[in-house]
Design a protein around this ligand. Structure first.
Ligand SMILES: NC(=O)c1ccc[n+]([C@@H]2O[C@H](COP(=O)([O-])OP(=O)(O)OC[C@H]3O[C@@H](n4cnc5c(N)ncnc54)[C@H](OP(=O)(O)O)[C@@H]3O)[C@@H](O)[C@H]2O)c1
Length: 241
């Protein structure tokens, strides 16, 4: 069984997730590239290896129980433990998302991936995380999920969205509940916002690079043992709930 630091990043085949995998790999960590599409996953693993990263592919669809169970078994068999889980996989559910006349399937899709997917994957990985000396869980959220910002006139909160933004509010609430239940353990769990980054998620309209977006996840993945838990952060510090 390996003593190397092991991380799993969901949705690591592209965008911010790929850059998180690259950043963690550059620390000398072994990084599981969680991705649902085999071709995209293996292409990302090959690209990361070409960058010198000890990357390995983890077939993973966070909406699928069997897939998530198999991912935990793969990491257990490979390393026997997990040090860091980055719940990065996310979808908008499709736009536009006006509440009036909303397509409920759009809401279901966003919640299924962005919230239930995180709960599913976290619970599958917790037994492996409990075997780590310094386990960390990072949930990639968004400031559009901040109710404080959403209710502040003039704040930058993206388009009106009945699915995506509330799914991140839900994720923030879930993060807090995990932090409370894990408060007597050494597991630190936090939510992070990457900022508005140019990726497929927003048709590459973001103004930051995916690499810049990955920085907060890498910071939360490498928190010291006395670091915060149950918080919500971006590059500027604490984000209001
Ligand atoms: N970009 C931004 O401005 C921004 C801002 C705030 C927060 N975020 C958050 O940051 C995270 C990464 O977003 P991104 O901008 O990098 O988006 P992206 O480029 O669209 O990447 C999303 C990743 O999630 C994967 N994914 C989606 N559904 C999945 C599922 N069911 N199982 C496994 N993987 C799945 C995608 O895989 P496929 O390639 O197979 O689709 C892809 O790898 C998301 O949680 C997003 O909400 C992004």
């Amino acid at each position: 069984m390996s003593e190397q630091t092991i991380a799993l990043v969901s949705g690591a085949n592209k965008g911010i997730g790929y850059e998180i995998a690259l950043g963690l790999g550059r620390l000398g960590w072994s990084v599981g590239v969680g991705a649902r599409d085999g071709t995209r996953r293996e292409a990302a693993v090959a690209k990361l290896r070409a960058e010198g990263v000890d990357a390995f592919g983890v077939p993973l669809d966070v909406t699928d129980d069997a897939s998530v169970t198999a991912a935990a078994e793969l990491i257990d068999g490979r390393a026997g433990h997990l040090d860091v889980l980055v719940n990065n996989a996310g979808v908008t559910g499709g736009m536009p998302q006006d509440p009036i006349g909303a397509d409920l399937d759009t809401v279901r899709t966003a919640v299924e991936t962005n919230v239930l997917g995180v709960i599913r994957l976290t619970n599958a990985m917790l037994p492996l995380l409990r075997r780590s000396g310094s386990p960390r869980i990072v949930n990639m959220s968004s400031t559009v999920g901040s109710l404080m910002r959403q209710s502040t006139p003039g704040a930058q909160t993206g388009p009106i969205s009945v699915a995506y933004a509330p799914s991140k509010t839900f994720l923030n609430a879930v993060t807090l509940q995990y932090a409370k239940q894990l408060s007597d353990t050494n597991i630190l769990i936090n939510a992070g916002c990457p900022g508005f980054c140019a990726t497929d998620l927003n048709g590459f309209r973001g103004v930051r690079t995916p690499e810049q977006g990955a920085a907060i996840a890498i910071r939360l993945a490498t928190l010291p043992d006395d670091g915060p838990t149950g918080g919500f952060f971006d590059d500027d510090g604490v984000v209001p709930w």
